[in-house]
Design a protein around this ligand. Structure first.
Ligand SMILES: [Zn+2]
Ligand SMILES: [Zn+2]
Length: 357
C-alpha cells in the first residue's frame, strides 16, 4: 500500500495501469462470484469445461485458496451461519468476519465437497492454485513491459489489485452481514444491501442469497445490480452454461409477505394504537394471500416437473394439457389479485395506526 502513493509521487498518472486494474479486479471478482461461489459452492448452474477452466484460473488469482478449500468453508458458513462453526461468524464482530478469520483459519480440513472432488479440473486447480494465481496476476506485468512501464503496472495492476480483490470479497462476509435490510428472512444476520452490490459483483443481496443459496441470482429483481447473474444468463443464451436454477416467483413473494406481516405485528405490538381486531385482519389477510400464492407456486412447479412428459404426448393431448394448465393458472392468479387487494388494505390500516400512534 505504501508503494501506491510513491508511484503517484514519482511518475505521472498512466491511465493504462488504472484501466488494467479495473479489468483485473472485475474479471477476478467475477471468477470468485460466478465460479467459486455460485457454480461450485452452490451448484446454481452447470457450465461447460472451458468456462469452468477460465473461472478457476481467474478465481485462483484472488488468492483465497483453492476451489475445494473455499467451497468447503463457504458451505459450512451457510450450514452454521452466525454459529461457532461458521468460519466467518458475523456475531464475532465486523472485523472478525471481514478479515481476522482469514488469519485464524489456517488449514481447516476440507469437508462436504465430495461432489466437487470428482471433477479432475477442480483437483488440478486445487493442486496448483497458487501457481495459476501467480501467472494470471502477472498478466498486467507483461502489458507493462510492452508499454515500457513495468513498475507502474506492477504496483497498480498487480499489487494494489490483490488488496482490492481481497476487500471486495470480504465485504460480503462482513458488511453484508451487518448493514441493510432483511426482506426475506430474519433467521440469520445476512442483509440485502444495494450499495454493496457494485463492489461485490452483485453479491450485496445477501439476505436473499442466504434464503435460497442455490438460485443463480442474488439480486433477484431484473433491475437489481447483479453482473454475476447477467454473466451467467448471457453464458446460458450462447450455450456455455445450462440448468440455471431459479426460485419460483410465488415462493419469493410468500417469504416477503411473511416478513412484512412479522414486522407490522411487531410495530403494532409496540404502538399505543394496538387493537386485537387489526392484528386479526392482518393475519387473516396474509394467510389467504399465502394460500393463493402457494397454489400458483404448485401450478408453476407442476409445469416444470412435468412439461417434458406432457410435450412427449400426442399433439392433441399436449394441447389439451396446456389449455387445462393455463386455465388453472389464470384462476389461481385471479385469487392472488383478490387476496393481494385485501392484504394491501389491511397493511395500509396498520401503517396508519403505527404512524399516528
Ligand atoms: Zn453470508
Ligand atoms: Zn453462498
Amino acid at each position: 500500500m505504501v508503494l501506491v502513493p510513491l508511484e503517484f509521487a514519482h511518475s505521472r498518472v498512466h491511465w493504462g495501469e488504472w484501466v488494467m486494474l479495473l479489468v483485473m479486479v472485475f474479471s477476478i471478482g467475477m471468477g470468485v462470484t460466478a465460479g467459486y461461489h455460485r457454480l461450485f459452492s452452490h451448484r446454481a448452474y452447470q457450465a461447460s469445461w472451458p468456462v469452468r477452466f477460465v473461472l478457476l484460473c481467474l478465481a485462483a488469482a484472488s488468492f483465497q485458496n483453492s476451489v475445494l478449500q473455499w467451497s468447503s468453508s463457504h458451505r459450512i458458513h451457510h450450514r452454521h451461519v452466525d454459529q461457532d462453526d461458521d468460519p466467518y461468524n458475523a456475531t464475532r464482530g465486523f472485523w472478525y468476519a471481514h478479515w481476522i478469520w482469514v488469519m485464524e483459519a489456517g488449514a481447516t480440513p476440507i469437508q462436504g465437497v465430495a461432489d466437487l472432488e470428482k471433477d479432475p479440473l477442480l483437483r488440478w486447480q486445487h493442486r496448483n492454485h497458487f501457481l495459476i494465481g501467480a501467472v494470471v496476476s502477472l498478466i498486467p506485468a507483461v502489458v507493462g513491459l510492452i508499454q515500457h512501464n513495468l513498475v507502474g503496472y506492477l504496483i497498480i495492476a498487480v499489487l494494489l489489485r490483490i488488496v482490492v480483490t481481497h476487500h471486495t470479497t470480504f465485504f460480503i462476509n462482513s458488511a453484508a452481514h451487518f448493514f441493510g435490510t432483511r426482506p426475506y428472512t430474519d433467521a440469520n444476520s445476512a442483509r440485502d444491501n444495494a450499495f454493496l452490490a457494485p463492489f461485490t459483483y452483485g453479491e450485496g443481496y445477501h439476505n436473499y442469497h442466504h434464503m435460497w443459496q442455490w438460485d443463480y441470482r442474488n439480486g433477484v429483481k431484473w433491475w437489481q445490480f447483479d453482473p454475476t447473474k447477467w454473466l451467467i444468463f448471457t453464458m446460458a443464451v450462447v450455450g456455455l452454461a445450462r440448468g440455471l436454477r431459479r426460485v419460483p416467483d410465488a415462493a419469493i413473494r410468500r417469504a416477503r409477505f411473511a416478513m412484512e406481516e412479522k414486522t407490522l405485528l411487531a410495530k403494532l405490538a409496540r404502538s399505543s394504537r394496538r387493537a386485537e381486531a387489526l392484528d386479526q385482519r392482518i393475519m387473516a389477510a396474509r394467510a389467504s394471500l399465502d394460500q393463493a400464492l402457494a397454489r400458483v407456486q404448485e401450478q408453476a412447479e407442476a409445469w416444470e416437473a412435468r412439461k417434458t412428459e406432457w410435450k412427449a404426448q400426442k399433439r392433441e393431448a399436449w394441447k389439451a394439457r396446456k389449455a387445462e394448465w393455463k386455465a388453472g393458472m389464470a384462476q389461481h392468479r385471479s385469487e392472488v389479485r383478490v387476496a393481494l387487494a385485501e392484504w394491501k388494505a389491511a397493511r395500509m390500516e396498520a401503517r396508519k395506526a403505527v404512524a399516528y400512534a
